[in-house]
Design a protein around this ligand. Sequence first.
Ligand SMILES: Cc1cc2nc3c(=O)[nH]c(=O)nc-3n(C[C@H](O)[C@H](O)[C@H](O)COP(=O)(O)O)c2cc1C
Length: 440
Amino acid sequence: MTRHMHLNLFIHSRGHHEASWRHPAASPLALSDIRYYQGLAQQAEAGLFDAIFLADQLALGDDVAHGPRTALEPLTVLAALAVSTSRIGLIATASTTYTEPFNLARQFASLDHISRGRIGWNVVTSWLATAARNYGAIAPLSHAERYARAEEFLSVVKGLWDSWADDAELDDRAGGRYANPAHIRPIDYAGTYYRVAGPLNLPRGPQGRPVLVQAGSSDTGRAFAARHAEAIFTAQVEKTQAQAFYADLKARVADAGRDPAQALILPGLSPLIASSTSEVQRLAEELSALTNPEAGRQRLSGRFGGHDFSHLPLDRPLTPDDFPAPSSVEAARSRTEVILDVVRREQPTLRQLLARLAGARGHHTVAGTPEHVATLMAEWYTEGAADGFNIMPPVLPAQLEVFTAEVLPLLQRRGLFRTAYEGDTLRAHYGLATPASQFG
Ligand SMILES: Cc1cc2nc3c(=O)[nH]c(=O)nc-3n(C[C@H](O)[C@H](O)[C@H](O)COP(=O)(O)O)c2cc1C
């Protein structure tokens, strides 16, 4: 099979730019209206994307006054999208921190059946203090403990998904035998955090198990990804850093005894596209004019575990001393490192940094013509920085339409992107093997 780049549509708000929700080119539908997600997933499927991706947090964002911080529950959305699309992969985020592995194993296995093998799970651990308070905890767990629990969680979930042989469900109506009990085994897991007997109360899914995705880039996060992830989402601000991340992760996957080709590295990319440089500039200015810097300051504080940035002037160049050390941040550590890297390299003012983060929260942004965007994607892909991208259109659906109509044909002409789906499952789109069954 020819090697092609892999593309997900990352659906977030009415686009990834902070001000997209109020931009005139954004969808008129409410963010709680399933037709919004159905329309985008169908559009992405028509464009031959590998998958759509939904992020999630287990609490209302504290700046809901300034922008949408709500979201439909992603697994429920995937169920709706599974029956309104037929080929595209469907990936949702779910946290291991506040649920039981039996619950998530069962929900994802159900979705894999409903979608006929198109499901992926972005495994995250929850760091928000507001989320902890929604689940009876006073404070979030430490970074180390969250990952220790996640490790066990994954052992249990994988065991449950593998607790039925592919041929265990007989459904033999004439013979009166529904299932072969010799091909269904308990898992009898007993660890530090979880005790789970199993087996799962559902046959093995069409993909063997849903595709496992991971998006934490801290050292512990990378080690976890190396052991489990089949796709790795990441925020990389520039190509050389993305290359270093790519090389590091692929080496770690090999060290973990896995084939590096079976772990795709997909950085985020937020392209603002128009037919001329002046039109791109006009769009960027329109979005900036709709952005509120004080709301940005508050969000930055949230990223750094509530650190107080209120005294910082908007127009003085920043230095790393203006920030707490990332190692002291118990939240999503890797994104704080991405932000500090920008500060070290470019010494932006707070106003400039906030404008940059408003673009796509620290992911790589590019503004230009379709040719410019296609060339950048081709370079990252062919120069060892990415196996593909999480495409994060700044305004939805308008910028997805432009990307699909103008950029994808350029990539296809260069032989870098598929011109038809070759399979029916997310594993097939991603070129991933089906996990071996314990039953052989
Ligand atoms: C593309 C992308 C999407 C992410 N989506 C989520 C998400 O939906 N929910 C979440 O809590 N964290 C999300 N994260 C952040 C991390 O996966 C996660 O929060 C992790 O716990 C932070 O781990 P780290 O300290 O290893 O970076 C995302 C990261 C990336 C790059």
